[in-house]
Design a protein around this ligand. Sequence first.
Ligand SMILES: [Zn+2]
Ligand SMILES: [Zn+2]
Length: 250
Amino acid sequence: MCPSLDLKTRIIFCQRQGPQLIDISSFFKHTLLPQNCLLCGDMAHDQALCHHCLDHLPWHDTLACPVCALPNPAGELCGSCLTHPPAFDATVALLDFEFPVNALLRRYKYAGFLPVAELMGRLLADKLIDRPRPDLVIPMPLHPTRLRERGFNQAVEIARVVCTQMGLSLALQASTRARPTPPQAGLVLTERKKNLRGAFTCQMDLSGQRVALMDDVMTTGTSLDELARCVKKAGAAQVECWVAARTLRD
Ligand SMILES: [Zn+2]
Ligand SMILES: [Zn+2]
């Protein structure tokens, strides 16, 4: 690819390549062979991203509220978490949901570009290395109808990599989505909350357990809040959210 193109142009060019289906051949190519950078297409050797793209990712490493991970200058508990505490106790976010992360995650979720799960899972495991370990990891469940349409659960595939890397238990059957919920995008916060009320059920006794909830993106945190509420009702003592990306503005 022409090296004179700027990064954004090259990424858009790369995204226009290939079918909009789950790309199994690409998955194996990126898993087993020396590969090109998932973002710009340049040689990345045995890595998913070249050094340039890795260095320029929007890492979520600014001071932020420890509960919801939204940035604030002192890294203190934010006003929203103080006045309306969510059911989860903490959030760890790997990246900001900005370009090119938003484009990469959309390609993963809606076009089945599975190498992104490996990339996000490995980077997240690196970030979590010094953090106290939970007893188990519960990925955000998809309703069976949505799972059939998409072919995979984007949170599960990232969680698989994180758990393998860190030697953690992945609890795939712990929680299910009790009813299909319309997409959250475009809804205001109160509508999101109403949309999700009672959406999850928890089948495990989680008494005294420390649980990490895994999702690809935290937007308002409403889904994770509802899932955390359900997990705590099942007895969990401590719940934190692990997300590949955090939306900074809704
Ligand atoms: Zn690159
Ligand atoms: Zn907060």
